[in-house]
Design a binder for this molecule. Structure first.
Ligand code: PLP
Length: 478
């Protein structure tokens, strides 16, 4: 496909712009560019066709089933986009004085309050721009908490092997050393192993719940006791809160800090790098360390408030404001009952898909899953040579986005399905039928599957090279 620069026609225009009725300003030469920028020149019809063609090559939640485990690729109501696009929100500047942006501050304060209620926490910052950024921020709060008590020998963060990959990475960035704990036979945290590693150097335990296997950590109270008795804090990775929201609260489970992914659970479409938001909630003892500025409600309206013990700013201005608006619109529309119902449907859909394929796609035996589940295709691979990757690629040919592959690492030939709460039974039944056919196909024509996809724009790119040496800038032919 041609780039828009390649279909450029000198003099073509999409729009006619009225002559300005104000005098043009003089710009100091040192700020002016020497040459005109090279911009594509196209007519409106070429412009429309170009971007429509591009959009049709992309797969998204609006095109089809997208069960990418742990990512919560659910359908988000379009009305929330409209609310976020209201001029009163998009045309304000982050440096405007408080009294001129009371509505925006009310959004921040109200949303923070709702999220505190949903998570069972006493303070919330919305600043972090992603889940991993929230983890980093939460760990800085934990570090500040220990430091303020003069407890400086707590340098280690315990991370179970079923945690999301960002957890250990964030802990290292926050300056901690990682201690891994294995899973027990039920794929929860191995309590004996945990007792063996906690001590006076434990700063925190980071737990992803439900785990990356989509299982609820049964021993959460026991884990909480072990960590707190050792003087450590408990961190909850709540990126996938759609599994439990409205039903249980991290704060009530004994957690001290939690982050959420608004771009997964609370109605911001994501993928392709953003925008995201990873608010962090914490218990009372940690509130004083939250990032500055906080937004507080006073008798005279909403105000910024800077605490002296704060860890400081973690994002430019106030974070991704448009994401807050979507989340607030979503929570307000659903209400307490709707939030709970969304979680129930996320879990119901995952279990429905699971029980209807697990005779062929084996999963953790005898357990209900939460919002997602992981299957192991090792047995099929041993019998036919068809791998989890080949199944994923075959799904593309059938118009479905593949599930998450080869993660978590503790399961061989893993596929992680997360259907999300927004799929209906008809779609799930179609997917179940397709997955059952794909399984049969592995025995009938494994070679065909190993060469899949046969009907996609691209087949099997070199993923390592694409990640390590990405070519993201167009070079004009000489
Ligand atoms: C997605 C996810 C994260 C990371 O969130 P980002 O916004 O991608 O940084 C962390 N933990 C879990 C469990 C997740 O699913």
């Amino acid at each position: 496909m041609n780039l828009i620069f390649e279909i450029s026609n000198k003099g073509a225009r999409c729009a006619t712009i009225r002559k300005p009725d104000v005098k043009s300003a003089k710009i100091n030469k040192k700020y002016a560019r020497a040459e005109k920028p090279e911009l594509p020149e196209v007519s409106e019809v070429d412009f429309a066709r170009h971007y429509t063609a591009l959009s049709r090559r992309a797969f998204g939640v609006d095109t089809g089933f997208y069960p990418l485990g742990s990512c919560t690729m659910k359908y988000n109501p379009k009305i929330n986009e409209e609310v976020a696009a209201l001029e009163g929100f998009t045309q304000i500047h982050p440096l405007q004085p408080e009294d001129s942006v009371q509505g925006a501050l009310e959004v921040i304060e109200t949303l923070g309050g709702y999220l505190a209620e949903i998570t069972g926490m006493e303070g919330v910052t919305l600043q972090p721009n992603a889940g991993a950024h929230g983890e980093y921020t939460g760990l800085l709060l934990i570090k500040a908490y220990h430091a303020a008590r003069g407890d400086t020998k707590r340098t280690k963060v315990i991370v179970p092997d079923s945690a999301h990959g960002t957890n250990p990475a964030s802990a290292v960035m926050a300056g901690f050393e990682i201690i891994n704990v294995p899973s027990d036979e039920e794929k929860g945290v191995d309590l004996e192993a945990l007792k063996g590693v906690v001590g006076e150097d434990t700063a925190a335990l980071m737990l992803t719940n439900p785990t990356t296997l989509g299982l609820f950590e049964k021993n959460i109270k026991e884990i909480s006791k072990i960590i707190h008795n050792a003087g450590g804090l408990l961190y909850y990775d709540g990126a996938n809160l759609n599994a439990v929201m409205g039903i249980v609260r991290p704060g009530d489970m004994g957690f001290d800090v939690v982050h959420l992914n608004l771009h997964k659970t609370f109605s911001t479409p994501h993928g392709g790098g953003g925008p995201g938001s990873g608010p962090v909630g914490c218990k009372k003892e940690l509130v004083q360390f939250l990032p500055n500025p906080a937004v507080v409600k006073t008798d005279k309206g909403y105000k910024f408030d800077c605490g002296k013990k704060s860890i400081g700013k973690v994002a430019s201005y106030y974070g991704n404001f448009g994401v807050y608006v979507r989340a607030l619109a979503y929570i307000t529309a659903l209400g307490a009952e709707g939030i709970k119902s969304a979680a129930e449907h996320a879990v119901l859909n995952a279990n429905y898909l699971k029980v209807n394929i697990e005779d062929l796609y084996p999963t953790e035996k005898g357990r209900h899953c939460m919002h997602e589940f992981v299957v192991s295709m090792q047995d099929l691979k041993d019998k036919t040579g068809v791998s989890a990757m080949d199944i994923a690629k075959t799904m593309i040919d059938r118009g479905y986005h593949p599930p998450t592959m080869y993660f978590p690492l503790i399961i061989h030939e893993a596929l992680m399905f997360e259907p999300t709460e927004t799929e209906n039974k008809r779609t799930l039944d179609e997917v179940i039928a397709a997955l059952r056919e794909i399984y049969e196909e592995a025995f009938k024509d494994p070679e065909y599957m190993k060469a899949a996809p046969h009907h996609a724009q691209i087949g099997r790119p070199d993923e390592v090279k694409a990640a390590r040496q990405p070519i993201v800038r167009y070079k004009k032919p000489e």
